[in-house]
Design a binder for this molecule. Sequence first.
Ligand SMILES: *Cc1c(COP(=O)(O)O)cnc(C)c1O
Ligand code: SF4
Length: 349
Amino acid sequence: MNRDVFITSLPDLASKLTLSEEEKDFDESDGTRLPIKIPSSFFDLIDPDDPFDPIRRQVVPTVFEHVEVEGETLDPLAEKRHAATSRLIHRYSGRAAFLATDRCFIHCRYCFRRRFTGTFQGPATKEEIEQAARYVEGHPSITELLFTGGDLFTLSDARLEAMIEAFRSRRPDLIIRLCTRAPAAEPRRITPALISMIKTFDTAPFFLMTQFNHGRELTKEALRATALFIDNGIPAMNQTVLLKRVNDDADTLERLCNALLANRIKPYYLFQGDLVSGTAHLRVSIEDGMKLEAELRRRLSGLAMPLYALDLPEGGGKIPLVSSYLEKQKDGALIFRTPYGEHRSYPAD
Ligand SMILES: *Cc1c(COP(=O)(O)O)cnc(C)c1O
Ligand code: SF4
């Protein structure tokens, strides 16, 4: 197969792009940092003349990653504490997340799972898969399983098949989410053979969970990859990370969400950046995020509108970030503000 070449070092980057001082000063020799990894097809989306190119900012590191602000940690969601087995995070009663592998096609500079991503622990072993599958078997309250990581599609078809088999043989009813950046980062990995294999496990639904952060990532190849899933009965949902100077303006997000919807991908979450070490320069304040959310609500249809959400620190779980439209209660009536700033009342009981 015609696979991507990856850019994996600063000298490699410097030979292709005129690096700014901030980019040059990134210290890649420090082993605690997420290494550079950019698939060439994703790299080709960068406009080399724009130092603030939104694609560039997602993958080219800067010296600002050396800065750790107060409150930041390597494991902001306390996932280690919620580990039910070595690879299974069970934070919500009805669903659990399985870390299929630590490998990714791309290293995103804002990655919240950088305590794990790209740390060379590799794919889950047979024993780790069995352990997690037995746990899910013993907890029938878990109805949904997220295959995440890393990126599950870095695994070969055969390995993936064994992994799905381990869970679905014990729990044929288990809904499985395939959480991946492959359609954006390595669309050629998505082949008809892969989809056919997944389709053999047809006792319960699969959902494709993509991550597109900017409309420019929706290339022809990326859309071919997502269409393969959708045409074969696997619905696609998208999770976007809100990122400073990447997508933190209403026009960019509006275009992204409408383009996703036009390609049958439902905008699902817009995530507030997690407090992960070295990512402050990419985070948007919640106040600005809420303003964007309100503006998007005025512009987008319900189908195109993602839920702006925050994964609370220390494993508090996800909460919606939506300003309240209920302003007050008066004489037995609830007074609401409309999205356009007018007022309406509705009986309190
Ligand atoms: C986000 C997340 C889920 C899924 O949450 P939804 O709100 O159902 O999308 C499940 N498990 C973990 C550990 C998560 O972080
Ligand atoms: S693809 Fe996902 S897990 Fe991998 S580096 Fe990017 S955000 Fe992190």
